[in-house]
Design a binder for this molecule. Structure first.
Ligand SMILES: *Cc1c(COP(=O)(O)O)cnc(C)c1O
Length: 367
């Protein structure tokens, strides 16, 4: 039985009858940029995220950039972040003109090893940018304590983790800003690119609204230099329909993860995802760690089972960051993870038969 890594058609089939009319409405209005549909979605998603403010933007990458701009992060500044993440996390820091400073990860969660953060702080450090990788919130209590001690801003890269919580608090509410992505493969995905910024600070929310529209207010009067970081009405319409289903989709992913965890438990060679106490994981990815990862991936591909490596090459050894001076060996846990992780199909519409097919194939290879 073929099992794809992700099948968005299954999700679309279930909600097509609701999506088509709202898309038609936007088309009939011919009002595509911001507008009432975006405002309505922002209100609903702010409530969902338990944040005072939610501002729709063009992508998760631009969300990160806009937040760095709002905090006046500039050339000469340093921002502490993870190297084991999607490129945009560090890309945004460089686009803002600042320097990413990479800290190694906890091999159990792939999130920040908070014991290493203080050692990376210098007189130029302005912010900490933790990533909530794969759907699990980074250890925010320790991160916020360090940020407070050194008077640093915190921008949460929550692009993979909308709805995930820690000690009952949803991500995007710990730091100054939370950044989210609606890239189609995220748990809440739109029909193209889209993103979101959450904050509980009214002045910063206003500043983000200015920045996403070139710094303009009123029309043709520019208070600062921003960008075109706007969320469009078609995406907001899709997202507002999907938002109602998000918690049930998260639950489906958790149910699937529990099946894998149980089936993999007897096998010592497979390291299953570790959820820290107090965390509610949303499993944007279900990522195992195995020693002969590349061979396993090939074995699964031959059985027509989809899988992916997030991420095969850490950011600190990317060609475009060579001038930062990191070398292979600089971040041992990050590099080890890059060689061993494999993400398996976890999307909510998977049947139990499909999950068992994947799990049995992994177990067969590992035995
Ligand atoms: C997806 C993602 C982004 C970027 O989001 P886009 O909407 O694709 O620009 C940033 N950081 C992380 C961790 C992501 O997973």
């Amino acid at each position: 039985m073929a099992v794809p890594l992700l099948d968005l058609k299954a999700q679309y089939a279930a909600i097509r009858s609701e999506i088509e009319p709202v898309l038609k409405q936007v088309c009939e209005s011919q009002m595509f940029i911001l507008g009432p549909g975006v405002v309505a979605f922002e209100k609903n998603v702010a409530a969902y995220c338990q944040s005072k403010f939610a501002i729709g933007v063009s992508s998760g990458s631009d969300a990160l950039l806009a937040c760095l701009m709002a905090l006046d992060i500039k050339p000469g500044d340093e921002v502490i972040t993870s190297s084991f993440t999607f490129f945009a996390t560090a890309g945004a820091i460089v686009r803002a003109g600042a320097k990413p400073v990479f800290v190694d990860i906890d091999p159990d969660t792939y999130n920040f090893d908070t014991a290493l953060i203080e050692g990376a702080i210098t007189s130029r450090t302005k912010a900490i940018l933790p990533v909530h990788l794969f759907g699990q919130v980074a250890p925010m209590k320790a991160i916020m304590a360090i940020a407070k001690k050194y008077n640093l801003a915190v921008i949460e890269d929550a692009c993979q983790s909308i709805g995930a919580s820690q000690d009952g608090i949803k991500c995007g509410n710990f730091g100054t800003f939370g950044c989210f992505s609606f890239f189609p493969s995220k748990n809440l995905g739109c029909f193209g690119d889209g993103g979101l910024i959450t904050t509980n600070d009214a002045a910063l929310a206003d500043k983000i609204k200015l920045l996403r529209d070139h710094g303009q207010n009123p029309r043709y009067y520019y208070k600062m230099v921003g960008g075109n970081f706007r969320l469009d009405a078609l995406q907001a319409a899709v997202l507002d329909v999907k938002l109602k289903y998000l918690d049930s989709w998260h639950a489906g992913r958790r149910r699937n993860a529990a099946i894998y965890n149980k089936m993999f438990a007897p096998c010592k060679a497979i390291k299953t995802p570790v959820t820290t106490a107090g965390n509610e994981h949303i499993y944007n990815q279900y990522t195992i760690s195995v020693p002969r990862r590349d061979e396993l991936q090939k074995f699964l591909a031959e059985a027509q089972i989809g899988s992916a490596v997030y991420y095969p090459v850490p950011l600190h050894v990317q060609e475009c960051f060579a001038d930062l001076g990191y070398k292979a060996g600089s971040l041992p846990m990050t590099e080890k993870a890059a060689g061993e992780v494999l993400s398996l199909p976890i999307f909510p519409e998977l049947t139990s038969e499909q999950i068992e097919t994947v799990a049995n194939a992994v177990l067969k290879f590992c035995s």
